[in-house]
Every structure is written in C-alpha cells, then in structure tokens.
Ligand binder design. Sequence first.
Ligand code: PLP
Length: 404
Amino acid sequence: MSASVIDLLATEARFGANNYAPIGVVLSRGEGVWVWDTEGNRYLDCLSAYSAVSQGHCHPKILAAMVEQAHRLTLTSRAFHNDQLALFYEEIAALTGSHKVLPMNSGAEAVESAIKSVRKWGYEVKGVPDGEAEIIVSADNFHGRTLGVVGFSTDAETRGHFGPFAPGFRIIPFGDAAALEAAITQNTVAFLVEPIQGEAGVIIPPVGYFTKVRELCTAHNVMLVLDEIQTGLGRTGKLLAEQHEGIEADVTLLGKALSGGFYPVSAVLSNNDVLGTLRPGQHGSTFGGNPLACAVARAAMRVLVEEGMIENAAAQGARFLEGLKDIRANTIREVRGRGLMLAVELHPEAGRARRYCEALQGKGILAKDTHEHTIRIAPPLVITSDQVDWALEQFATVLTQDFS
Ligand SMILES: *Cc1c(COP(=O)(O)O)cnc(C)c1O
C-alpha cells in the first residue's frame, strides 16, 4: 500500500465512527463489473454494494439521466409537484404491476413506511383495536438499521445496547409455515419477510413455503409484506423473487438497485388499500420522490429491462452456481443461490470467510464474508460468461487453499 492510501485509512480511523470493518482496499473508480483502487489495481466486484449496483458501476445511461436532471431541477420537496414524479409512478407501477407507490430514500425508510402503513390499515380497515396491531417477522431477518427495525432483529450485534424497542412484533422461524399459522391472531396486520434472507447468508426457504404463506395471509386477512430490497429488480433472475414462487405480495419493498447505485431511492408498492389509508400530513420525507431520484430511478429501471439484465442474471447465475458446485474443495460445506445471489458456506474448520475474501482480493475479486463462515457472491447483473468463468478460476484457487 502506498503512503497516501495508508494516510486515507488513518484519517478514516481517526474521524469516522468505527461501525464498519471494510476489507483493506480503497476504491476510486468503477465501470460495469469492474472497480479500481487508488493504485490502479482492477477487481471484479462480487458484492455490487449489496446489490445496489446491479446495473453495473457508472452505467452511462443512468449517469446521463442524472446529469441531465441535475442541470434542470433536483429538489422541490413534496410541498409542490415536480414533473418527474408522475412518470416514475407510472413506470414503476407498470413494471411491477402495482397500484400505489410511496417513494422514500433508504431501504430502512421503506420498511419503516410499510410498518406504519400496515398498522394504519389494520386499525382503519381490518378493525384491530387501536394500539394492538401485531406484525410477524422472521428470525435472522435483515430489514435495515433504524431503531424500529433493529428492535425486531434476532442478531445480538444489531440490537445490543440500542433499546428500549417498540413493541408489536412477533418473531417466528424462517421457512416454517406452521409457525406462521400458529403466530397469527385477530390483531395480526402483516407478515414482513424477505423472499431469500440475504444478510443471513442467502438462505432460501423450502419449496412451497411461500405458497403456503400466501394462503395463510389471505385466509386471515394479513398483509404479506415482501422485503425485496435486495432480491428485487432482477437479482434472483426474475424481476421480483416472488415470481419464483408464483405468488403476489400485498406490499413490496424496493430499494438498492432502484437507483442503480447512483442515489438512495426506495419505494413501498402496494396492490390494495394499504397505502390508501395515508392522508396529507401523516407521513413523508423531504427527499422522497424528488425529481433527481425519480429521473435516476426511471433510467435504472429502463436499462434493467432494455438491456436484458434480468435474463442475464438467470443465465449467468446458473453458470456461476454450477461452476461453484463443480469446485472440489474440502473447505466447502454448501454452495447455494438463485440467479446472481449466491453464497459459499465454508466448513467451520476451514477458518473464517474473511480470510478467503482477503485471498480473493489478491486474485482480483472483491467479495464479502457474512456470519463468519459464508462468502456471498453478487456481481452486477451485466456480468458475461467469460467473466464468470474467470471468477470461477479464482474461486477454485482460493477455496482449495487452507486458511484454518
Ligand atoms: C439493504 C437492505 C435493507 C436496508 O436498506 P438501506 O438502504 O441500507 O436502509 C432492508 N432490507 C433488506 C432485505 C436489505 O437487503
């Protein structure tokens, strides 16, 4: 590492809240699947900013839309209309088959907004006594970092010393429909769940789970809220991960790739009267639905479809998964994934996943460890077959080493 890089790391350490432990690489440029560090080394990005850069780094068409809009109008607040919002609504509704849209900024804000909306729906439409609404969530969930959201996390690190937390949440095991049935009461307004648990290590529920979940939610008039902030917009090889299960959520949450990584844009989508309960003054955000965000999101959705990224995610994801399964290494406990949302779980005896990620960095691949023993792999959806094959060679080399 050069002196200037060491300076940057020291300055970060001195001033920054120490709430991250990044891999020791300082990036300064990106294009498509590639990123470069300050010393000119090139890496294949196998994290894509947790799936926010699905369209590839600095996609030229999203960039052009952003620059063009930034020259005209960036922010009006929702006190006035802007000429991008209606078009954003129309296009995201058409893409996802939704009837109502609530634009926000970060993913966690979309989750918070959904919680507020389903509670209001519960009181005003379902007839739950005021203050009694219950929301069911899954163990090992990840829905963001706000206080409301971390209160129903089951991860000690995420919750520790941040309480007291808001009541009204019940936690059940992920992938267990019988547990959902047992947890539903007259006061249950929603089941909030990820189609595939990303942060937990790409945990895919049993076949048929979501069919049963959909049936139970419908039977008990419980809103099914799918957090597709990570799985949505093509990551799993379909536009929405719910399509793998042949179901439709009542409320869908999008974020991350909704802006292609240019700007925080999230949205709550609903196909019923949940969002219809909100009245002027009851919820909002200064930046939510601003013209710059809308223009960026419109371009991000357009290139995803026009450039066949969703189909490519399905094809390259299958290739990547097969390739990983073909690697014969004693370190590997399980390989799993759907589309380009993949994970390699190591045997506990193989040592920490972090060591393997550092070794991958040496081979020109940036990937992220999660939960000690899992390496997650989520490259931009524009990755080509040749790039997948090259990445597989690097994975094979690193995974056959022993860092225990
Ligand atoms: C990233 C993520 C969030 C939170 O999004 P932020 O933009 O970081 O607030 C919520 N849910 C899921 C499933 C996520 O992956």
